[in-house]
Design a protein around this ligand. Structure first.
Ligand SMILES: *[C@@H]1O[C@H](CO)[C@@H](O)[C@H](O)[C@H]1NC(C)=O
Ligand SMILES: *[C@@H]1O[C@H](CO)[C@@H](O)[C@H](O)[C@H]1NC(C)=O
Ligand SMILES: *[C@@H]1O[C@H](CO)[C@@H](O)[C@H](O)[C@H]1NC(C)=O
Ligand SMILES: *[C@@H]1O[C@H](CO)[C@@H](O)[C@H](O)[C@H]1NC(C)=O
Ligand SMILES: *[C@@H]1O[C@H](CO)[C@@H](O)[C@H](O)[C@H]1NC(C)=O
Ligand SMILES: *[C@@H]1O[C@H](CO)[C@@H](O)[C@H](O)[C@H]1NC(C)=O
Ligand SMILES: *[C@@H]1O[C@H](CO)[C@@H](O)[C@H](O)[C@H]1NC(C)=O
Ligand SMILES: *[C@@H]1O[C@H](CO)[C@@H](O)[C@H](O)[C@H]1NC(C)=O
Ligand SMILES: *[C@@H]1O[C@H](CO)[C@@H](O)[C@H](O)[C@H]1NC(C)=O
Length: 785
């Protein structure tokens, strides 16, 4: 390591002391792998610069770049196989049922479309890294600007990358403190043999079609402009000589957003790039920053430890490596605040009104065969991506989910009919950009699960509860709930007095078929009405009744009430005292399994809590503890789900512990979360929600401040701009682990039931609190102690 980097590394030389420890990621060296790059995005377009001084590659993404067009993958043998599977299950032939399902009901082909990189913008400067000094690259979460600064041959070079919602482009800007300093060679390519061609006018055009399906086409266009110096081009690159500054503006378009065809989107593309390129970089940047800030500035969280603030001037990789040497956040509590902010930042960057939802990698992907296709897994992952949205006031950021529901509903209606011969719509454990709802992969423990839409609808139910937006309830949530219930009403079978859902499973766990059966010892995932199925149905049907009331609709309500009356309540294993995972007391194959789907009723649901049903909450806790004691929490998202669950169990210290382990064991140096040795964004979003859940909960009609207050660390802090169900906006401050003040603003009027920490006494506007308050819309209520 060079002396200067080393001095900066040990904190002896700090040019970054102005950086807030909670808002900036920064490093003294370029990224050596993609998992060290710094992500920017505007919801539709994303970029991950490595920030190398020479031979830079900026990975470019556009969220609808997938491997091909829609295909109907429904297995034509499905309809006749479905009743046979049921019959085998009724006969107790579970392996036969599972095998029959896999033979006759898997999707053909088994995989949905894959998310792909749009392209790679490469440029070389001739500035060899080992001849530069003063290097620093940073990502400012508060502005969304990624910046690189270094000195080479006496000139200080500055490079910035922003993603603009207003202009719908990624803009790169190269500046220097001396005129005529830039010599660059710029290319754009897309691997697969697709290199851009220069148009002789500062533009690089790249047109190509999807790998698997030539009917799915896309085009991208980068435009280069310079101040001073000259521009020239070869067939495939643009050459800049002696420029004082350089600006590159890039956009990409596909048939997805412009189904009318290539001619339409190429006009959109040229218009967008041309109009952005006519503006100054400063103007493009300020509009990009303003849009980003309009979301980012809505909520805040600060925390300090015993020794006050976190280190400033210490780079993020070193802060993380120091954290790895500790078991608490005591020496750098601001790192948790940084992770909280990064989750909000990443969601704002990968989801905006009008875009596709944040996928398994948010919006960032550098390879053509990404882990799990970098699409939408909906048996926890897409759900987790959005847990933070309402709590941090990012209501519009959820719009892509509502639009995607419509696509899923359309595809899922065909799947319900063609696979099961049933009305309504259904989706299995994955979906892609087209809303494909046919099953993905081939394994009983994941593929056969028909509950994807049901669980994803929690997002819509909670959105109403947070916002009290009646129009949303009536126009968006209710119609979707109605068509979803149509499916489950028809799919459920009354057996022994209860509605039973099958074939299904408990995502993504399997069990040993018990002794006494001729199949004893075999492993399967197939089940009838697993605990998670029942809790999903409970939330779906009770949520439907709630939303129907709000919307003034009685259609289907009576039937829903009857369904709930015949839905088996959560039950507890008589042998282990844990919440029972399956329909029977089966022994699980993986005690350390990463999924906690049996406990959805605790989080993100609200079927029971330690305050309203301690018996069930304790049984859930035993199951979670059993998993963790057996080596659970072994993926980023599993670890952070555990943190969220412990917050709902009101165990603040344990919730903090699992967030800490996420940051020490499941994070790259760019703070991207890790699942199975690869980047997966869900835990980045989930840690934001875990922090929210520690300090504010609002399920079951109670606004609970300091619900899972840590007692061992994070003892001083504050938050503001957080939202609670009922449309309340909350801020609070704590010292030594005790809430010392809080303000609740009522945004919709309505009743306000409050609890602070473990039930401490407090006053509201000077009056001792003794029960729910009827609030006035727009009024604020001050809590004192
Ligand atoms: C980052 O990615 C590279 C290349 O993909 C991989 O070799 C490396 O192990 C990853 N880093 C970590 C810390 O996993
Ligand atoms: C279970 O079902 C499979 C598939 O239909 C069949 O091959 C097998 O013989 C059945 N097993 C028993 C014990 O009936
Ligand atoms: C640009 O970078 C990518 C990723 O490293 C590489 O595959 C490609 O060959 C490079 N293209 C050019 C023209 O240098
Ligand atoms: C700098 O790096 C280049 C390319 O890696 C190498 O050829 C050169 O020897 C290095 N110079 C020094 C002074 O280390
Ligand atoms: C840029 O290129 C010109 C001519 O090719 C050369 O004279 C000049 O030194 C280069 N500038 C830098 C900063 O490398
Ligand atoms: C550049 O393009 C022209 C016209 O298409 C072609 O004749 C020429 O061979 C190309 N040059 C290179 C170096 O690819
Ligand atoms: C706070 O600083 C003091 C003095 O440097 C040190 O002894 C103590 O361990 C620190 N406490 C924490 C929680 O880091
Ligand atoms: C089931 O049978 C196996 C093998 O015979 C035995 O090891 C196991 O203890 C039995 N399990 C139960 C629950 O009886
Ligand atoms: C908790 O839930 C169980 C199962 O639904 C139920 O039997 C029990 O009555 C509930 N306890 C309370 C206190 O509501």
């Amino acid at each position: 390591m060079k002396l200067e980097s080393w001095l900066r590394a040990i904190g002896a030389l700090s040019i970054s002391t102005a950086y807030a420890a909670e808002d900036i990621l920064f490093y003294s060296q370029p990224a050596s792998h993609w998992n060290e790059s710094l992500p920017i995005g505007n919801g539709r377009l994303g970029a991950t610069p490595f920030s190398k001084t020479d031979h830079e590659v900026v990975v470019l993404n556009e969220d609808s770049y997938f491997s091909g067009g829609f295909r109907n993958r429904v297995n034509p043998r499905s309809l006749e196989t479905f009743p046979r599977v049921r019959k085998l299950m009724d006969e107790g032939n579970l392996t036969g049922a599972g095998d029959t399902w896999l033979q006759g009901m898997v999707g053909i082909p088994i995989s949905q479309r894959k998310y792909e990189p749009a392209g790679y913008l490469n440029f070389s400067t001739g500035h060899l890294w080992n001849q530069t000094s003063g290097y620093e690259r940073s990502l400012n979460l508060a502005t969304g600007v990624a910046k690189t600064v270094y000195t080479y041959d006496g000139v200080t070079y500055t490079r910035e990358v922003v993603a603009s919602e207003a202009d719908q482009v990624i803009a790169l800007h190269f500046g220097a403190n001396k005129a005529s300093s830039y010599n660059l060679t710029i290319t754009l390519d897309r691997a697969l043999g697709n290199a851009a061609t220069a148009d002789g006018d500062g533009g690089l055009w790249l047109r190509s079609s999807g790998r698997a399906d030539s009917s799915y086409t896309h085009t991208q266009y980068a435009h280069v402009s310079v101040e001073g110096g000259s521009l020239s081009s070869t067939n495939s690159s643009i050459i800049v000589k002696g420029a004082s500054s350089v600006t590159i503006v890039w956009d990409a378009e596909t048939l997805f957003y412009h189904p009318e065809g290539q001619a339409t989107y190429e006009k959109v593309l040229r218009d967008r790039v041309s109009s952005a390129q006519k503006k100054t970089y400063a103007d493009v940047k300020s509009a990009a920053v303003a849009a980003h800030q309009s979301y980012y500035s809505r909520a805040s969280f600060t925390v300090t430890g015993a020794n006050s603030t976190s280190p400033t001037g210490k780079s993020t990789d070193l802060r993380l490596s120091d954290l790895r040497g500790t078991s608490t956040f005591d020496k750098d509590p601001g790192l948790l605040a940084l992770a909280y902010n990064y989750g909000r930042y990443m969601l704002i960057a990968s989801s905006r009104p009008g875009t596709l939802p944040a996928n398994l990698q948010g919006i960032w992907n550098d390879v053509f065969n990404p882990p799990w296709d970098s699409k939408f897994t909906i048996d926890i992952n897409l759900q987790m991506n959005y847990w933070l949205a309402n709590m941090n006031g990012l209501d519009e950021i959820l719009e892509p989910i509502w639009s995607h529901f419509k696509r899923m509903e359309a595809r899922g209606t065909a799947v319900a009919k063609e696979m099961y011969g049933l009305p309504g719509w259904v989706c299995h454990h994955n979906t892609d950009l087209w809303g494909d709802c046919a099953p993905q992969d081939a394994g009983t423990q994941w593929t056969i699960w028909p509950m994807g839409g049901a669980w994803l609808l929690f997002t819509a139910l909670d959105h109403y509860r947070f916002t009290q937006d009646r129009e949303f309830a009536k126009d968006v949530a209710l119609p979707l709930l109605q068509t979803t219930l149509e499916f489950y009403n028809a799919f459920s079978v009354l057996q022994d007095g209860y509605y039973v859902t099958y074939p299904s499973n408990s995502p993504e766990n399997s069990y040993f078929i018990p002794n006494g059966s001729s199949e004893a010892g075999a492993q399967t995932g197939i089940d009838k009405s697993s605990q998670s199925d029942r809790t999903l149905m409970w939330h779906l049907y009770s949520g439907f009744i709630e939303i129907s009331e709000v919307a003034g609709s009685s259609t289907g309500v009576e039937q829903a009430k009857q369904y709930l009356a015949r839905l088996k309540a959560p039950d507890i294993s008589p042998t282990t005292n844990r919440l029972l995972e399956w329909s029977q007391d089966f022994r699980e194959v993986e005690p350390e399994h990463r999924h906690f789907s049996s406990c959805i009723g605790l989080h993100p649901g609200h079927q029971y809590s330690p305050l309203n049903n301690a018996t069930l909450a304790q049984a859930a806790e035993r199951l979670i503890q059993h998993r963790m004691d057996s080596g659970g929490g072994s993926t980023g998202w599993s670890r952070i789900w555990a943190s969220n669950l412990y917050a709902r169990l009101l165990h603040g210290d344990t919730a903090v512990h699992h967030s800490h382990v996420l940051m020490t064991d499941y994070m790259y140096d760019n703070m991207w979360a890790i699942t199975s040795d690869v980047f997966q964004a869900d835990a980045n979003f989930g840690i934001t929600s875990a922090v929210n859940e520690m300090f504010l909960q609002s399920q079951n009609g109670m606004l609970h401040i300091g619900a899972a207050m840590p007692t061992m660390s994070l003892l001083h802090g504050s938050f503001s701009g957080w939202k609670a169900r009922g449309n309340f906006e909350v801020s609070a401050e704590w010292e030594n682990g005790q809430i010392i003040s809080a303000t609740v603003k009522s945004k919709a009027g309505g009743s306000l039931a409050l609890r602070v920490q473990d039930g401490r006494a407090f006053k509201v506007d000077g009056q001792v609190y003794s029960g729910p308050i009827t609030t006035t819309k727009g009024a604020s209520y001050k809590l004192s102690f």
